[in-house]
Design a protein around this ligand. Structure first.
Ligand SMILES: C[S@@+](CC[C@H](N)C(=O)[O-])C[C@H]1O[C@@H](n2cnc3c(N)ncnc32)[C@H](O)[C@@H]1O
Length: 430
């Protein structure tokens, strides 16, 4: 049986494939692009699949526990387990997006339509109907465990409790919320007031949340945002918009954006001043996204693929400013990437901190005396952020200038931003 692309069963069946791939260790954006590449799906179907995946991963801990509790044997193949977990995740939501019986019916239809899974349709039906009958008791029982109540791995919760004894619960809650859509206004093309006017005329509610930051009342696809296609605005979180202004940029400076892709901050650097900018990234594919972003903004930089911990890409000319947005666990942006908490391992922070330390030591040799380097991470783990900055200052003799340090994602009404870390370092003139 072929499922109609506009049916919930179709979306569930495809979401299960992407979720099985996340379970096998693939990041969700990659799992989705592998699913979509060449599949020629209507945009609405893609949107529905994506939405199911994001919502399921926010409930993934409890969904997995429900699968174990409600099925006699571990369901195989992985696609079947993922389909069951996806439906159970959606049935565990506090504000469900679908009527219970529609969801159960469509999950069973998705199972029946897949030759590999069809034999299990009776089991899927029985498990989901039992969930409907016993939902309140099952959820109350399982939610006695903190990791299942919060839907994070236990080690993640323990790490936040130890680093942020008074804020950890707010940080966990913010990580489970839907993120806002924040835009950066390109001051080369328009003022914030111009863009607010333009949005009002288009019937789009927005308000200012930073010097050039606008938040839309309701997230929407970029092609519906006036001025996006021709570079008047870019999508960028309010905390990420702090990076470029911290570097005190002047026209004519030679600047290195050392871990540049996909180029969110590269564009902002160039919107602020006329720079001789080199945008470097290890990943050639991601570097193409920098090129696309700069094209849209009609701004120019030299793009180069290379390892920021090596020198083979460098011509020996020192930089006035370096932006080091180093690779990290991304623990500060889990609300935008709900797969991250399930894919990371406790040892990842230490491993990534070692890589970033090597990057910092290397980049420091490329900075002019009196020049500034901005260390940025989107991590909440001190090992990658504050401890990293302190250890580097001890090794290098860098002078620490005023910068926000660790910004916690607390989803406060007046400060709803991602969890980024900033340390601004100046090289002594000797
Ligand atoms: C946090 S992201 C950068 C985000 C970007 N600055 C922005 O604002 O859009 C980190 C980037 O570092 C790159 N990266 C990882 N290891 C690297 C290395 N050794 N050298 C250069 N880039 C690296 C990754 O490919 C990734 O694009």
């Amino acid at each position: 049986m072929k499922l109609r692309p506009d049916s919930l069963a179709f979306a569930l069946s495809n979401a299960a494939r992407a979720l099985a791939s996340v379970e096998a260790g693939t990041a969700l954006p990659r799992a989705l692009s592998e699913l979509f590449d060449g599949a020629n799906l209507p945009p609405a179907a893609r949107g529905a699949i994506q939405d199911l995946c994001y919502r399921s991963l926010r409930q993934w801990g409890i969904a997995q526990a429900l699968v174990s509790k409600l099925s006699d044997n571990p369901p195989t193949p992985p696609k079947l387990k993922a389909l069951l977990a996806c439906a159970l995740a959606l049935l565990s939501e506090d504000e469900p997006g679908y009527a219970d019986h529609t969801l159960v019916d469509q999950a069973v239809t998705a199972c029946a339509a897949d030759p590999e899974l069809a034999r299990a349709k009776g089991m899927v039906n029985a498990v989901l109907r039992r969930m409907l009958r016993e939902r309140a008791t099952l959820l109350a029982q399982l939610r006695q465990h903190a990791d299942l109540r919060w839907n994070y791995p236990a080690w993640w919760i323990a790490g936040l409790q130890s680093a942020y004894p008074s804020e950890w619960e707010r940080v966990l809650a913010a990580g489970n919320a839907q993120p806002p859509l924040t835009l950066r206004v390109n001051l080369r093309k328009a003022t914030v007031a111009d863009m607010l006017d333009r949005f009002t005329h288009a019937g789009i509610a927005a308000h200012q949340v930073g010097p050039v930051a606008l938040r839309l009342a309701r997230p929407r696809p970029v092609h519906e945002i006036p001025g996006f296609a021709d570079g008047y605005v870019s999508v960028q979180d309010a905390a990420a918009q702090l990076a470029a202004p911290l570097l005190d940029l002047q026209d004519g400076m030679r600047v290195l954006d050392a871990c540049a892709a996909p180029g969110g901050k590269t564009g902002h650097l160039l919107e602020i001043a006329q720079l001789d900018l080199l945008a470097l990234d290890h990943d050639a594919l991601r570097l193409q996204r920098v090129a696309q972003n700069l094209n849209r903004l009609q701004l120019q930089a030299e793009l180069r693929q290379g390892d920021a911990a090596a020198k083979d890409w460098w011509n020996g000319q020192l930089f006035d400013r370096i932006l080091a947005d180093v690779p990290c666990t991304a623990s500060g942006i889990v609300r935008r990437h709900p797969d991250i908490r399930w894919l990371r391992r406790p040892e990842d922070a230490a491993q990534l901190a070692r890589l970033s330390a090597a990057i910092l030591d290397n980049l420091w040799t490329m900075l002019k005396p009196g020049g500034r380097l901005l260390l940025v991470t989107c991590s909440l783990w001190p090992e990658e952020s504050e401890m990293q900055a302190r250890r580097f200052i001890e090794r290098s003799g860098a002078r620490r200038l005023e910068a926000p340090g660790q910004l916690l994602p607390l989803a406060a009404a007046d400060a709803d931003h991602d969890g980024l870390f900033y340390a601004l370092l100046e090289k002594p003139r000797v």
